[in-house]
Design a protein around this ligand. Structure first.
Ligand SMILES: Nc1nc2c(ncn2[C@@H]2O[C@H](COP(=O)(O)OP(=O)(O)OP(=O)(O)O)[C@@H](O)[C@H]2O)c(=O)[nH]1
Ligand SMILES: [Zn+2]
Length: 356
């Protein structure tokens, strides 16, 4: 089976509507430029749409394949599928990667999703609205190299929806904020700047804020239903959804349980980006190790005194930074332990090649 993938390279005319299966899957120039055309024909690109303990499901232009379990892969990854040896399919470089710290005594990083373009951080214009949580999500997105957009749902039920938009807009000038009724007709139009064919989006937010309603609105009646299947392996009858939905003329929509409970891990870069105003101020403190508390010559406290910095924002920055440091240290300890163990294993399995 040889296919011509040349039309998938950037700079060529886009395929006629409806979008090709690969475009629906979120195939982009970023990935195409990583591979020679003949390699694409030999080992066609497939995208991981589901991860199970028993293996991965991946879809391509006209193939659906299963790949043995690999802990270096996650939903959204692009692979060059090797039909002769599926486990050796090569992963293409990621455009973005969302991770979390798994809960439990031993914290470890868990890959949540790869190659998401836009995360719609979703909250409602009601008691769910919480600036600190929004900041946490924004930092997480920036760190993952994902573009964050804040959506404020249920404006139709709020007395003064504009105040929520104003408050969310203060988080960062580079994060767009939109109020939208998730149950209204114009959802696709309002999200059209980000939710287009060839792109991958996800919704992040608390239960009940409208994530499913928005997902359905984007998918419309064109929701890819072949992904829904029955699983009665445990004698129970539950409907499970594919974790990556394809839409005929819209984006790929990622909907995984893992997206729901995200904590901070290794997001130092995202935090610096989000709180760059405070970091800028801190460079002007008299002492390099200033804790911005009662030190003389503290530029951060001076800004608070002048009313230029909200003390609550400094507090939130401290809390997020402390959480990030704690998570990073716990992971570093665990890695050090694992490394010791890995060395030990390597010594006894010396002749076996190590895939990672
Ligand atoms: N009036 C109004 N109702 C909304 C809006 N957004 C969501 N709802 C309603 O709120 C309820 C919860 O919406 P869901 O889409 O199920 O919320 P969710 O975020 O997917 O919730 P989980 O699946 O628990 O994570 C539904 O009854 C929606 O119709 C909105 O903007 N306006
Ligand atoms: Zn200071």
């Amino acid at each position: 089976m040889t296919r011509d993938y040349s039309q998938l390279f950037p700079g060529t005319t886009p395929s006629p509507t409806p979008a090709s299966r690969l475009t629906q899957l979120g195939w982009q120039g970023f990935f195409a430029t990583q591979v020679e055309a003949d390699a694409l024909a030999r080992t066609p690109p497939v995208r991981v749409t589901e991860v199970h303990r028993s293996g991965l499901v991946a879809l391509g232009e006209d193939i659906e394949v299963e790949i043995p379990p690999r802990d270096d892969l996650t939903v959204g990854d692009w692979l060059l599928y090797d039909a002769d040896s599926p486990k050796d399919s090569v992963r293409l470089d990621r455009k973005s990667l969302i991770q979390r710290v798994a809960a439990g005594r031993l914290k470890y990083e868990q890959l949540i999703a790869a190659n998401v373009d836009t995360v719609f951080i979703t909250t409602s214009a009601n008691a769910d609205f919480n600036i600190a949580r929004l900041e946490r999500y924004v930092a997480l997105c920036l760190n993952a190299e994902v573009e964050p957009v804040i959506l404020i749902t249920k404006p139709d039920l709020a007395e003064d929806p504009d105040t929520f938009v104003e408050r969310a807009s203060e988080i960062s000038a580079r994060v767009p904020v939109l109020a939208l009724n998730a149950t209204a007709e114009d959802v696709r139009n309002k999200l059209a700047d980000w939710a287009k064919p060839g792109r991958t989006v996800a919704f992040l937010g608390s239960s009940g804020v409208g994530k499913s309603t928005l997902t359905n609105a984007l998918a419309g009646t064109e929701l890819e239903t072949r992904g829904i299947r029955e699983d009665d392996a445990k004698g129970r009858h539950t409907t499970r959804h594919r974790q990556l939905y394809l839409t005929a003329n819209g984006p790929a929509v990622l909907d995984t349980p893992g997206m729901r409970e995200l904590q901070l891990t290794d997001v130092a870069a995202g935090l610096s980006e989000l709180f760059e105003d405070i970091e800028d101020l801190a460079t002007r403190c008299k002492f390099r190790d200033c804790a911005h508390e009662t030190e003389p010559g503290c530029a951060v406290q001076a800004a608070i005194a002048e009313g230029a910095l909200d003390p609550a924002r400094l507090e939130r920055f401290r809390k997020l930074a402390a959480e990030e440091t704690h998570n990073r240290e716990t992971i570093a300890e665990k890695r050090a332990r694992e490394k010791g163990f890995a060395k030990h294993v390597k010594r006894i399995t010396k002749d076996k090649p190590n895939r990672r």
